[in-house]
Design a protein around this ligand. Structure first.
Ligand SMILES: [Zn+2]
Length: 197
């Protein structure tokens, strides 16, 4: 898949990502047999709750970011926010190794509901989502209650197999991270991000 050559923040960020991860590439999910297989497996283990994998989801596997068709509709800021989330996952894989990442992420898929490793990995990435939203779209966008509802639901709902169903706890992480972002640029470096989960 080729990225638009038109420049812009999204294309610039993709170029930056490719410098850090030379094998990085973007592939449409509909073109990927692997993605269709994962979709079928997720529907099975989440009893049909996970319906949005092919349509709504961005997924990094190895050096490849699989994107839904809606990727084409994202504006520059939205692309950068999304890519910053995925960059966290690429760095996590570098940090933990592919096997470690798979252990943390995939194996705990069963049993559903208490996938602490996955919740930790995703929370670190969602912190970056919020930081990027705050920086690119402003405070009001970062504090948007709809965004909060959507992200909290990622943890507590079927999207990732009810990985961390303790809604109050997730809301507490969320609100304290927003408060920290709100206090200003002295936010801690990304690598310490998962520590207080
Ligand atoms: Zn993620």
């Amino acid at each position: 898949m080729s990225h638009e050559a038109g420049g812009g923040k999204g294309a610039e960020f993709l170029a930056e990502l490719s410098r850090e991860f030379p094998a990085f590439r973007v592939v449409y999910k509909r073109d990927s047999a692997l993605c269709r297989a994962i979709h079928a497996a997720l529907l099975l283990v989440t009893f049909g709750g996970q319906r949005v994998f092919v349509n709504g989801y961005y997924t990094v596997i190895g050096d490849t970011l699989y994107v839904p068709d809606s990727w084409d509709q994202l504006d520059d800021d939205e692309r950068v926010i999304l890519l910053r989330h995925e960059r966290v996952h690429l760095r996590q894989r570098r940090r933990y190794g592919s096997v470690g990442m798979a252990l943390l992420y995939l194996l705990p898929f069963l049993p559903l509901g208490l996938a602490y490793g996955r919740a930790r990995i995703e929370w670190e990435a969602y912190r970056e989502t919020l930081r990027a939203t705050f920086e690119l779209k402003g405070r009001a966008a970062a504090f948007d209650p709809e965004l909060r509802r959507r992200i909290v639901r990622r943890f507590t709902g079927p999207d990732y197999g009810w990985m961390w169903p303790f809604r109050r706890g997730v809301e507490r992480w969320y609100d304290s991270w927003l408060a920290e972002l709100d206090r200003g640029p002295a936010a801690p470096p990304k690598d310490s991000a998962a520590r207080d989960v």
